[in-house]
Ligand binder design. Structure first.
Ligand SMILES: *Cc1c(COP(=O)(O)O)cnc(C)c1O
Length: 409
């Protein structure tokens, strides 16, 4: 008798984006002539750069000739790509071996799958708010109690609240936990953890023999040289941290699909032998994953070339130009706005103590602009709206002008 994994029934989400869609559609139906402007999308909009296109074309070409054709590739990903990433890390002052890098089809699958190598009864802590996959993958794995809709959280999970009070960067938990998820620059708040703040987490993890899962998908959006781009810039992190990276926002690969995980051989948790955690992930990936597309990997190699990096950084500058336009425009309206300096997200405080969804409705109905309700990213996101700097410049300007002209504050 087959039965469902009942943990799926515990999941609160699947709710956020469908609900946004429902409200937007309802508004459009009632107001068919109004153009709705999107500032909520967490998706890239600008085309791939020329050097990256050349890499992808080369990847396709290689498949057309018997001399260069390849089928399944190296299990951990193409060596040239892993060496390119090792060089990228070395430019941050981080020394990694190429086989501490695992190439994947994206950071989201890795962020969802990594929990599977840790004990099922682990206590897990989450930066709150954050990208929902960390929480949801642990719910599916059976680590949570029920969802509490009033509080917006799951029983049994430890939430590390991010608020205006702590600049949206949490302190390590007071209690003892085993696995800790951090995302910096953060989606949705746009906040970036400094060296000292990350050092506290590394110290905590080393002391408690806990593991840090660090999502660095937005590292390339950091322009402030005083901010760390990798957890491995912190001394001791190679003994206690895993880092998950992505070409999605870095190079516009949201549809191409390419990411990586750094799992140092020196990582040690309470009961692991030397290199055992690294071996577990290798085993997990070789057993259940068959590698990223060889075409996408040629694209990734091109991203990491000198010209590729130069072009991708210009693309990021373009999105950050959008962020500056949104931030300036909203500040001029008198709104309180965080983020948008070293991350493509703006974290806007709801006026008049509105909830996230009330502010969402107000922005839609008055200014015809959509954001993403902060409460969808965790209980501490309540009272905020996430706006995104991904978008064509003309749409960004139109949305900001509409907010300035129409939002009643
Ligand atoms: C967009 C995003 C990713 C990217 O995931 P991919 O699967 O590589 O596209 C990862 N983490 C965060 C926090 C994100 O916002």
């Amino acid at each position: 008798m087959a039965r469902i994994n009942s943990s799926y029934r515990k999941l609160s989400a699947g709710y956020l984006f469908p609900e946004i869609g429902r409200r937007v559609m309802e508004f459009q139906k009632a107001n068919p002539s109004i153009k709705i402007l999107l500032l909520g999308i967490g998706n890239t909009t600008e085309p791939l750069t020329p050097a990256v296109m050349d890499g992808l074309r080369e990847g396709v070409e290689r498949l057309s000739a018997v001399e260069t054709y390849t089928g399944y590739g190296d299990e951990q990903g193409e060596k040239e790509l892993r060496e390119g990433l090792a060089r990228y890390y070395s430019s941050l002052g981080v020394d990694l071996e190429a086989d501490e890098l695992f190439i994947s089809d994206g950071a989201k699958p890795d962020a969802g799958n990594i929990q599977s190598i840790f004990a099922t009864d682990s206590t897990v802590a989450f930066q709150d708010p954050a990208y929902p996959v960390y929480v949801d993958s642990n719910v599916i794995a059976g680590r949570s109690g029920p969802y509490d809709p009033r509080r917006g959280n799951y029983a049994g999970f430890v939430y590390m609240p991010c608020s205006e009070m702590n600049g949206f960067i949490p302190e390590p938990p007071e209690e003892t936990v085993d696995v800790i998820y951090l995302c910096s620059p953060n989606n949705p708040t746009g906040a970036v953890a400094g060296y000292r703040q990350l050092q506290k987490f590394v110290e905590y993890a080393l002391e408690q023999k806990a593991v840090l899962i660090f999502d660095s998908a937005y590292a390339e959006f950091i322009s402030d040289p005083a901010l760390p781009r990798s957890i491995f810039e912190i001394e001791g992190a190679k003994k206690c941290a895993v880092e998950i990276g992505s070409f999605s926002k870095f190079a516009g690969f949201t549809g191409v699909r390419l990411g990586w995980t750094v799992l140092p051989k020196t990582l040690k948790i309470a009961d692991s032998g030397p290199g055992e955690v690294h071996q577990c992930w290798l085993r997990r990936q070789t057993t259940l994953f068959n590698g990223a597309s060889n075409i996408a990997q040629r694209g990734g190699i091109a991203v990491l070339s000198k010209q590729g990096l130069h072009e991708c950084r210009k693309l990021i500058d373009f999105y950050m130009g959008n962020a500056r336009i949104i931030k300036k425009g909203l500040l001029e309206c008198g709104l309180t706005v965080y983020g948008g300096e070293n991350a493509p997200y703006l974290w806007v405080k709801a006026p008049e103590k509105l909830t996230s969804w009330e502010f969402f409705d107000k922005l839609l109905q008055e200014a015809h602009v959509t954001g993403t309700p902060g409460s969808g990213f965790g209980p501490s996101g309540e009272g905020f709206l996430r706006l995104s700097a991904f978008g064509h410049r003309s749409n960004i300007i139109e949305a900001v002008q509409s907010i300035q002209a129409k939002l009643l504050l």
